[in-house]
Design a protein around this ligand. Structure first.
Ligand code: CA2
Length: 162
């Protein structure tokens, strides 16, 4: 069973910590990646942490994740509010999808209140700062643990039935 989680970041998130700290805080994307990697090791997950400003690139990574990932954690940046193409790519994935926003988008401009990604996401985290990524990874680890328990119970049932 795959334990790889794709952590995908959309446009302008490479500027994290370098501008608008009153909205997005002081941590850089490299800090977020380091935190995710440390936590992933603790949770026995492997992560693919990526950022792009290009919509097609994010879509290609979602297609890659579709084949191999246990889950996708995605902060699509402003594509959240505009991209039917990213929503369609996510819709083609069977794995759980967690949408993360550093800021509470619902307290901000009305154009940030609608998310195409939320229409396909398993869960959404907004306003927890960069901690939202860690919360999402911890949740994925819990889901995988539950799946493993269920799989071993099913296998036991099969052995009894034979
Ligand atoms: O709150 C979030 O995580 C967002 O996804 C961030 C996006 C924004 O368009 C969404 O509505 C909410 C923007 C990412 C841009 O990040 C910057 C960071 C520092 C300086 C400038 C932009």
């Amino acid at each position: 069973m795959s334990r790889t989680v794709y952590v995908l970041n959309g446009p302008n998130l490479n500027l994290l910590g370098k501008r608008e700290p009153h909205i997005y805080g002081h941590e850089t994307l490299a800090d977020v990646e380091a935190q995710c990697r440390t936590l992933a090791t603790e949770l026995n997950l492997s992560i693919e942490f990526r950022q792009s400003n290009a919509e097609f690139q994010i879509i290609d990574w979602i297609h890659e994740a579709r084949e191999t990932a246990a889950a996708i954690v995605i902060n699509p940046g402003a594509f959240t509010h505009t991209s039917i193409a990213i929503m369609d790519a996510l819709n083609a994935c069977k794995c759980p999808i967690f949408e993360v926003h550093i800021s509470n988008v619902h307290r901000r401009e009305s154009f940030r209140h609608h998310s195409y990604v939320s229409l396909t996401a398993t869960g959404v985290m907004a306003g927890f700062g960069t901690h939202g990524y860690s919360l999402a990874l911890r949740h994925v680890a819990q889901l995988l643990a539950k799946e493993a328990v269920n799989a071993s119970a099913t296998n036991k049932d099969r052995r009894v039935a034979v």
